[in-house]
Write a protein that binds this ligand. Structure first.
Ligand code: DNO
Length: 348
């Protein structure tokens, strides 16, 4: 496996030097953040990230994310133009050595939480989700915005977009996803770049918008839409794990054995009520997911893709991007590496 760490570029309070000092860190997960969705990432911009990483002994070979333009998700006639741009981005990234691209197919909004700094008993803070709070939110009123979201929408733009989704139900979204995959995957195969779709977070519809990358049945359906190792998953344990019906270690074992997981996001969450959860420290005992069983499933299926420790809490007084501080994610990486070594040696 290849251990990796997400970096938000030059404006990230976490520096490449910090990342390079985490034991056994190999790859940097990043993106060109200055270009609007649906435009080409220029080779010079990609090269800048690559060179900056190399200066610190790190490799930039995995991208999160190349966002998918809403016209593609909506199936509008303009989608072909945006798919062509997407293919150009794949070609440009491949020339710089990128091997995996993470993306998602969630309409309008990316990940959602009701509180970004919930104070825990030990004084650390976590991202949490309370369904009742979310049901009371109205994105049209502009009363919510999250770090992962595209903040370029005006209130009017958002209204128009949400109205366009009125005609898009789950089946229509599946059709549009399939069209997208068939448009880009031949280029991925040619360029040797694997696509890794991120599950919907949380894995249920929000604000009346459909979400489909949510459970085992749907992941099976997704992988069959285009049956190739280049059409894979970003298996995010925390996103899928908040639905207790998803048996995470068994799903990891299955899809890893099928060679359909180019990228793992590993984090723990604790179910605190129906559709309510807290993000916790990575170690198994703090959450509802068995991280040991997840890593064991990876080792035993000879997983050789990328892993990144996903969201951490804010600890030791750190401030910064919610979920993306240095300290707790670094502890997560070290914990995962420890499990990996123990399980691998036990097996030998
Ligand atoms: C949240 C992240 C997501 C992810 C996108 C992939 O912390 O895991 O924002 O990057 O969904 O496109």
């Amino acid at each position: 496996m290849k251990m990796s760490f997400r970096w938000y570029g030059e404006n990230d309070p976490v520096t490449l030097r910090d990342i390079s000092q985490i034991p056994a860190m190999r790859s940097v997960v990043s993106a060109v953040y200055s270009v609007p969705v649906g435009e080409v990432w220029q080779p010079e911009e990609i090269e800048k990230i690559k060179t900056a990483c190399e200066k610190h002994g790190l490799i930039f070979d995995i991208v999160e994310s190349v966002p998918v333009h809403e016209d593609i998700k909506l199936g509008k006639p303009t989608r072909d133009r945006y798919i062509e741009v997407y293919c150009q981005n794949i070609r440009n990234l491949s020339k710089a050595g990128v091997k995996v691209i993470c993306y998602n197919f969630m309409p309008v909004f990316d990940w959602l939480r009701s509180d970004l700094s919930h104070v825990n008993a030990d004084g650390s803070t976590s991202l949490v989700y309370r369904d009742k709070t979310v049901l009371g939110m109205d994105p049209r009123k502009g009363d919510l915005s999250l770090p992962g979201w595209d903040s370029s929408y005006t209130k009017e733009g958002l209204d128009v977009l949400l109205n366009e989704y009125k005609d898009i139900d789950e089946e229509k979204l599946w059709e549009n996803l399939s069209y997208f995959l068939h448009g880009i995957l031949p280029t991925c195969e040619e360029c040797d770049v694997k696509m890794a779709i991120h599950p919907d977070d949380p894995p249920w519809g929000i604000f009346g918008l459909p979400r489909i990358i949510t459970n085992e049945k749907n992941l099976d359906r997704f992988l069959k839409l285009y049956d190739s190792p280049y059409n894979g998953l970003t298996f995010c344990t925390g996103s899928l794990g908040v639905n207790p019906d998803n048996d995470i270690p068994s799903m990891v074992r299955k899809y890893s054995a099928m060679d359909r997981i180019p990228f793992m996001h590993i984090r723990n969450i604790k179910h605190v009520g129906e559709r309510d959860f807290d993000e916790t420290a990575h170690k198994t005992e703090y959450g509802s997911l068995d991280i040991y069983a997840i890593v064991k499933a990876l080792v035993e299926t000879n997983f050789d893709g990328y892993i990144r420790p996903d969201h951490g809490r804010m600890i030791w007084g750190e401030t910064g991007r919610p979920g993306y501080g240095l300290y707790d994610r670094a502890l997560g990486a070290v914990y995962i590496n420890g499990l990996w070594e123990a399980i691998e040696k036990d097996r030998a």
